[in-house]
Write a protein that binds this ligand. Structure first.
Ligand SMILES: C[S@@+](CC[C@H](N)C(=O)[O-])C[C@H]1O[C@@H](n2cnc3c(N)ncnc32)[C@H](O)[C@@H]1O
Length: 271
């Protein structure tokens, strides 16, 4: 089979075509809005002699809507949507493989419970916080400026991880370490400060949810070897493919949106 492919379609159907253990790394950045969120009307019942309903002992009641709730339903829908797809991802990972699931702080806790169920709690490796500093800032609460990346491995005894090859960061207090250490920089922790995709410059494709190559570069460097095969089932603008091209990994990219496939194919041909 020829690798380095960008395929159009629902990833659940497309993933079914690949053999167990085909991929060393999966990066998945699903959309929150699956278009299936339902809303529920919340109602309260009051005793009212002019009410439209008759209850016990002939008493009259009226029912009023007091608000709408779509919260639980939309999360149920989201995890229902994700669950079979993440089970496929688990099947497709090599024994030494790793999943990076990029998610919003609003869903991260629901999805972590889901992943604990699919992978097993012992396969949870990290919760990476990608922190950025861009856009409007609320004065009514702490402005939310981070995403969560949940990291699960297929086998906690056998997973591949090369922290030495990843880009290093400046020490916060370089005066506290030797000049050699300060010059080398420190290993990144599970909190990654990284700018969003710059609004001008070569990296930007125009695809609305594009993620910065810099954060994917770290994942691919640490959790795969040159020549390994990586999968992105929600590829959008193809950031994983661009990083794989740069780092000498092979890739399979899937998206159900024809525009995403077009943007990705153009981007990878240009890289
Ligand atoms: C948040 S975007 C991914 C952005 C990407 N990480 C990037 O850097 O450009 C999510 C993508 O998932 C795609 N998608 C949603 N449901 C899908 C499905 N069932 N199968 C395949 N792709 C899907 C959307 O079309 C969208 O492009």
């Amino acid at each position: 089979m020829e690798w380095n492919r960008v395929l159009l379609g629902d990833n659940l159907e497309l993933m079914a075509e690949f053999e167990d253990g085909s991929f060393q790394l999966v990066y998945a950045d699903p959309p929150f809005n699956t278009g299936k969120a339902q809303s529920h009307q919340k109602v309260r019942t009051f005793a009212d002699e002019n009410g439209d309903r008759t209850g016990f002992g002939g008493r009259r009641y009226r029912t009023e809507a007091v608000g709408e709730s779509s919260y639980a339903d939309s999360f149920d829908d989201f995890t229902d949507f994700l669950s079979p797809r993440l089970s496929e991802v688990h099947r497709l990972l090599d024994e030494s493989g790793t999943l990076y699931l990029h998610i919003d702080y609003r869903e991260a806790h629901y999805v972590k419970v889901l992943l604990d169920g699919i992978f097993g709690r012992e396969c949870f490796l990290n919760e990476i916080i990608w922190a950025y500093d861009y856009g409007g800032k609320s004065k009514r609460r702490w402005p939310a400026k981070h995403d969560t990346i949940l990291v699960y491995v297929k086998d906690p005894e056998r997973y591949y991880f090369d922290s030495e090859s990843v880009d290093r960061e400046p020490y916060m207090a370089p005066g506290l370490v030797t000049p050699e250490k300060a010059a080398k920089g420190k290993l990144p922790t599970d909190v990654w400060w990284h700018t969003i995709v710059p609004t001008n410059g070569g990296e930007r494709t125009g695809y609305p949810t594009q993620k910065p190559a810099g954060i994917l570069r770290r994942m691919v460097t640490a959790s795969s070897r040159p020549g390994d095969l990586c999968l992105d089932p929600f590829c959008g603008s193809g950031t994983l493919g661009a990083v794989c091209q740069e780092l000498g990994r092979d890739f399979v990219l899937l998206d159900s949106n024809p525009e995403a496939v077009e943007v990705t194919r153009r981007r990878l041909a240009a890289d």
